[in-house]
Design a protein around this ligand. Structure first.
Ligand SMILES: Nc1ncnc2c1ncn2[C@@H]1O[C@H](COP(=O)(O)OP(=O)(O)O)[C@@H](O)[C@H]1O
Ligand SMILES: [Mg+2]
Length: 284
């Protein structure tokens, strides 16, 4: 009856081309915007429990990869297999329900809502109470609200002192920029993702905050059992937390492997030098 069942199907991890232990499997993924080939025959795998970084100069197609995985765009070719099931072309809410969470390059918080309400709102995709039950505060709606609050509190506790309890009832607009980015991650975690896509989580952060974000990404994996695909420009973050790095340019994978090998790969150096000399000195 639910759309969940329609999208899930009987496939197991052995189906759909994903190898054992592979959470995400992009095969020959292509997407064009008019005449522009934003992604070209991209193959990318993320294994269970891995932290994989996606790097590349501005306009390389990194955010487009996230948009195709999460159903914002339908690929013009190739497939997206998540946990053994093809999810290419599914609507974003279906992809989210299956266990793919994401954050955005530009933040999408409800600034007038409190911190904890922002996180609770992210859990409501999974609730069953009707709007009328909620307005009348009938038992099912009250129970779901209690559950959402408990889940939100658990998620927020992951951020320690940065999003400590006294902040939970403050409006999101009162948070610092770095805390807003943390809250955005908390919202994504509240959907209980198996795979989390982070789009430039350290953007605009100072060195201390950036260091904290690096640790946080590692803890997502070890403490929350989340597999992570992260887009990041800060090469210290990429070097520290990645199990593997994939470099894109013009929608094509130009290098893949450990950080040192990818960062010194001639095609990667040229991609950054050719268009974005600043990025290389940042990477130094
Ligand atoms: N909705 C869209 N319509 C047209 N062109 C787009 C759209 N989204 C992205 N692009 C183009 O696709 C290319 C890749 O963009 P993007 O994935 O945002 O790059 P990155 O995140 O690596 O900086 C860019 O040339 C961008 O202008
Ligand atoms: Mg981007």
């Amino acid at each position: 009856m639910s759309t969940d069942e329609n999208v899930a199907g009987p496939a197991g991890p052995q189906d759909g081309g994903a190898g054992p232990g592979s959470v995400l499997d992009l095969t020959n993924l292509s997407l064009s915007f008019g005449g522009l080939r934003a992604l070209s025959e991209l193959n990318l795998q993320v294994g269970d429990g891995e932290i994989v970084s996606l790097i590349g100069p501005n306009g390389a197609g990194k955010t487009t990869v996230f948009n195709v995985i999460t159903g914002v765009y339908e690929p013009s070719g190739g497939d997206v297999v998540f946990a053994g099931k093809s999810i290419a072309g599914l609507a974003p809410h279906s992809v989210a329900r299956m266990g793919v969470g994401r954050t955005f390059q530009s933040l999408r918080l409800f600034l007038n809502m409190s911190v904890i309400e922002n996180v609770m709102a992210a859990t409501y995709g999974n609730t069953k109470a009707t709007p009328l039950e909620s307005i009348l505060r009938l038992p099912r709606a009250r129970r779901e609200e209690r559950e959402a609050r408990a889940l939100a509190a658990d998620v927020l506790s992951f951020f320690g002192q940065r999003l400590a309890g006294y902040r939970w009832d403050q409006p999101a607009y009162s948070l610092s920029y770095a805390n807003r980015r943390r809250l955005e991650i908390a919202r994504a975690l509240a959907t209980r993702p198996r795979l989390l896509l982070l789009d430039e989580p350290a953007a605009g952060m100072n060195p201390t905050e950036t260091h904290e974000i690096t640790e946080l990404i590692s803890r997502l994996c070890t403490e929350r059992d989340v597999t992570v695909l992260v887009i990041e420009h800060d090469m210290h973050v990429v070097a520290t937390c990645s199990d593997r790095v994939v470099a894109l340019d013009h929608g094509v994978k130009i290098a893949e492997g450990g950080f040192d090998a990818v960062a010194s790969h001639p095609a990667v150096v040229e991609a950054y030098l050719g268009r974005d000399p600043e990025a290389l000195s940042d990477a130094g």
